[in-house]
Design a protein around this ligand. Structure first.
Ligand code: PMP
Length: 363
């Protein structure tokens, strides 16, 4: 029985990715920039991995820059628009919002409203908190008509839905969200000749990202996406929906955020009708379940609450918001087990609250 329900925070390494990583480290550990034969093979394999990723994403391989993850990719992009006006959606991940705020003259806008004038528009493909899917395809087209470069942070989309991103100018992704290793990701640039750099030093990655290439991580990342992609056709939201129905039956008044818009099949963000989210998390954790009170990158800090508020939670509801996110192999039974664990935890929390009230009737 799998009780891990925090796949939007990170995913376990797929066995295929682990094998690819080990093989690369055993056989192709040489520095791809060195000049002897073994290094040349590592360099060729790195370029082959770039081609394979390009095929999966529907973009030319020459546009891909390998990075240490999505945070670096987002920072790299915004650093290239330093001092310029940029427009980002109100529900971006902190790695977009803070990078945009630091380097650019950033403003936020409603991704379903008018596109503001800007040197760059950035709207995520899928939101990490509620799973809301954003109309990135349509935005990419409208931006193209207006002549504005369009970026999508597709970190939560890639590995969960088909990744045909040919319409976007810039794309961000991260390996550890789809069964690859942590510390690997990529930024897709507008064209093969575009130059930008955040990490300065040697001429690696066509002068766009200095530092010895992490070929084993790249190989494992691409293998993970190749492994997961054929499985996506059979992933659907029935398990997640079963959880929500079961929870609504036990907890009348439970409110699901983003329920009225298209969402990732694996994600549910909801407001419990009573008790603080940390209490729920602790009770669930005692039963072996891993859930979240909001994105790990910003839990307990301003970042998460800004986004969850923009998604429609009131300040009062914020304290009761819980996020659960399943994986590719999570079964309906496991989703329903989670619902039962919430019911048990709720009975415990209610009983304790009643006992406290009886002990101290004046309080
Ligand atoms: N963007 C989004 C939408 C994310 O969910 C995350 C991870 N929480 C990131 C960016 C950052 O990714 P990384 O861990 O690869 O830096």
């Amino acid at each position: 029985m799998n009780r891990y329900f925090d796949f939007n925070a990170t995913t376990p390494l797929l066995p295929q990715a682990r094998d690819a990583w080990l093989r690369a480290n055993e056989k192709h550990w040489h520095n791809p920039s060195s000049l002897y034969r073994d290094a040349g093979i590592a360099s060729q394999m790195l370029e082959a991995a770039r081609e394979r990723l390009g095929d999966l994403l529907g973009v030319d391989a020459g546009r891909i820059v390998f990075t240490s993850g999505a945070t670096e990719a987002n920072n790299m992009l915004f650093s290239a628009f330093a001092g310029q006006p940029t427009a980002i959606s109100t529900i971006e991940h902190p790695s977009v919002r803070e990078a945009a705020r630091h380097w650019t003259k950033m403003r936020e806008f409603d991704a379903r409203g008018d596109i503001p004038d800007a040197a760059l528009v950035s709207v995520m493909a899928a939101n990490n908190e509620s799973g809301e899917l954003l109309p990135w395809r349509e935005l990419a087209e409208r931006c193209r008509e207006k002549g504005i470069p369009f970026h999508t942070d597709a970190t939560q989309w890639i590995g969960k839905l088909a990744a045909d991103f040919g319409a976007c100018d810039y794309i961000t992704g991260s390996a550890h969200k789809f069964g690859g290793p942590k510390g690997a990701g990529f930024l897709v640039l507008r064209d093969e000749n575009e130059q930008m750099r955040l990490i300065r030093g040697g001429p690696q990655e066509n002068g766009r990202r200095a530092g010895t290439e992490n070929f084993p991580a790249v190989e494992a990342m691409v293998t993970a996406l190749e492994t997961i992609t054929p499985q996506l056709a059979s992933c659907d939201d029935s398990g997640r929906n079963a959880l929500e129905s079961a929870l609504r039956a036990v907890f009348p008044g439970l409110r699901v955020i983003s329920a009225e818009v298209p969402r990732l099949w694996n994600t549910s963000l909801f407001v419990m009708p009573r008790h603080e989210n940390l209490k729920w998390l602790t009770r669930l954790s005692r039963r072996g379940f891993s859930i979240s009170t909001g994105s790990a990158c910003s839990s307990g800090k301003e970042g998460s609450s800004v986004v969850v508020t923009a998604l429609g939670a009131t300040p009062e509801e914020l304290r009761r918001v819980v996020r659960v996110s399943g994986g590719w192999e999570t079964t309906k039974e496991e989703w329903l087990e989670l619902a039962s664990a919430f019911a048990e935890a709720g009975a415990e929390l209610d009983a304790e609250a009643n006992a406290r009230a009886n002990q101290n009737p004046m309080a």
